[in-house]
Design a binder for this molecule. Structure first.
Ligand code: ZN
Length: 108
């Protein structure tokens, strides 16, 4: 039982660290793609810039970009998060399952 909690905690810390690093790397890549030779990569970068237009460096929201932000930032971010979750569920099978959680009832 205690070993399950330790393993779960270590897996959670690892997932958090790797996810944060991947997020930063993807964010940096989206900015680098702004000057790419490939139109598709510039398109992905322009989608990201919608978010920066919506939420400026001064942390003020620009309502004019609210709808665009949903389609060009929130939706791709959600799908990327789901893909990451799928990858981690393959790396740590059962980690996301209620049965693997230490506090889960045994009758599940
Ligand atoms: Zn950015």
């Amino acid at each position: 039982m205690i070993w399950d909690i330790v393993v779960f905690a270590l897996q959670s810390v690892l997932v958090f660290i790797v996810s944060t690093a991947l997020f930063d790397a993807l964010h940096w890549t989206l900015h680098k793609w702004e000057g790419s030779c490939f139109k598709l990569l510039r398109t992905f970068s322009s989608w990201h810039w919608v978010h920066h237009k919506f939420l400026g460096l001064d942390m003020q929201i620009n309502p004019a970009y609210a709808k665009q932000n949903i389609w060009f930032h929130i939706l791709p971010e959600y799908l990327t998060g789901m893909a990451g979750t799928l990858i981690f569920s393959v790396v740590f099978p059962g980690h996301l399952s209620p049965r693997s959680r230490p506090s889960a009832p045994s009758c599940w």
